[in-house]
Design a protein around this ligand. Structure first.
Ligand SMILES: *Cc1c(COP(=O)(O)O)cnc(C)c1O
Length: 394
């Protein structure tokens, strides 16, 4: 793929050359586990247009699969990295990256409002393997600098925007701090998607995605990915993934790639609709606070405007009437479906304290009980606003 091509073009063409045998314009689903060799070690597949450029040929689908390779070739182009690896889920991607990079005795800084599953991975799994962590407010570079000075870290884990409070961290500033301290900077780019934000260009070492969310985009597949700037780190990840086996199947890879094609147009609409929703909520008498980086009053607005192409599709708000009323609002919407996850074309509503973030209750990462989180979909903004107005004022 020509690196001068724009994002929208890469999303549709990178890793997706027409099939050299049949001319099929969409990479086929190679639903296969093993591959015939032309003599021992004579692997076929280099000539497949859809194959990722680093794959030497096909041997066994845990190691490499052409459909998965097409997805990886597309994702590496979209994030502007050296190498990409697809996984069975976002958590599998995070786990593989951490196992490839960290060893017992290593210390990691994590966001003090990290995604609940990421917090659980550090708190309940990795500590058992001798990797310690410390929650730090990533929107405050001075706090990160102080934590790095106090105890060297192998890795700094950042989310921006964060879930569910939409906090913003300055990736370029943190990248400089990490480089000075000898720590790797990992950015969970799930909320922004590569269309809105490209952490590697800002100095991050690795990007992690739950492709379940915006990249897949249709709430029909679970998946994850890591994209790295350094080919050496990519090779280590490739080895670790093959060793632990956390790969996505061919059909899941195909669905994710199909979603990625329309990422740019979907994100434009998500951003537009979310801004409209956030503006409506801001003036609403039953709402006490709105969290959306596109609002000028948001503390991370300027940094977000600098490092993002748009402000994303996630909006959170606190309900003036308290947790009880927040629960009722979540049950009263017609179009916003009450459910976990995010990033699909359809709008979702949820109560983080009792749903997505129940696992952080009682920890430093606890979220307000009256907080409602919206994943604003790409339906008509007028319909969505009407739905929320009705739910707020029965
Ligand atoms: C959903 C999510 C994950 C985990 O991804 P899965 O695909 O559910 O395993 C990680 N980070 C963020 C920010 C998420 O929203």
């Amino acid at each position: 793929m020509d690196s001068r091509d724009a994002f929208e073009t890469l999303a549709i063409h990178a890793g997706q050359d027409p099939d050299p045998v049949t001319g099929a314009v969409v990479p086929p689903i190679y639903q296969v586990s093993t591959y015939k060799q032309d003599g021992v070690g004579g692997l076929r597949g280099k000539e497949l247009g859809a194959a990722a450029r680093w794959i030497e040929g096909y041997e066994y689908s845990r190691t490499d699969n052409p459909t998965r390779g097409a997805l990886e070739e597309c994702l590496v182009a979209l994030e502007g990295g050296a190498r990409s690896l697809a996984f069975a889920s976002g958590m599998a991607a995070s786990d593989c990256l951490l196992r490839a990079v960290c060893a017992p005795g290593d210390h990691v800084l994590i966001p003090d409002d990290a995604y609940g599953g990421t917090f659980r991975l550090f708190d309940k799994v990795l500590t058992g393997w001798g990797v310690s962590y410390r929650p730090v407010p990533m929107s405050d570079p001075a706090a990160v600098r102080a934590a790095l000075a106090e105890r060297p870290a192998r890795l700094v884990w950042v989310e921006t925007p964060t879930n569910p409070l939409l906090g913003i961290a300055d990736i370029a500033v943190l990248a400089k701090l990490c480089r000075g301290a000898g720590a790797l900077l990992v950015v969970d780019n799930t909320f922004a998607s590569p269309y809105l934000q490209q952490p590697l260009a800002l100095g991050a070492d690795a990007v992690v995605h739950s492709t379940t969310k915006y990249i897949g985009g249709h709430s029909d597949v679970v998946g994850g990915a890591v994209v790295v700037a350094d080919p050496g780190l990519g090779e280590r990840l490739y080895f670790t993934r093959n060793a632990v086996g956390s790969v996505p199947g061919p059909f899941d890879s195909w669905l994710t790639l199909r979603g990625a094609k329309t990422l740019a147009v979907r994100m434009d609409r998500h951003c537009h609709n979310a801004q409209r929703v956030a503006d409506m909520l801001t003036g609403h008498p039953r709402v006490s606070q709105v969290f959306y980086p596109g609002l000028a009053a948001h503390p991370g607005h300027e940094v977000a405007a600098k490092q993002m192409r748009g402000f994303g599709g996630m909006v959170s708000f606190r309900v003036r009437g308290g947790a009880g009323e927040a629960v009722e609002i979540c049950g009263r919407t017609r179009l916003f479906a009450l459910g976990e996850s995010l990033g699909g074309v359809e709008s979702l509503i949820e109560l983080p304290a009792r749903m997505t973030h129940a696992s952080v209750t009682g920890s430093a990462l606890e979220v307000p009980a009256d907080l409602v989180r919206l994943s604003v979909g790409i339906e008509s903004a007028d319909d969505l606003i009407e739905d929320l107005r009705a739910a707020l004022q029965p």
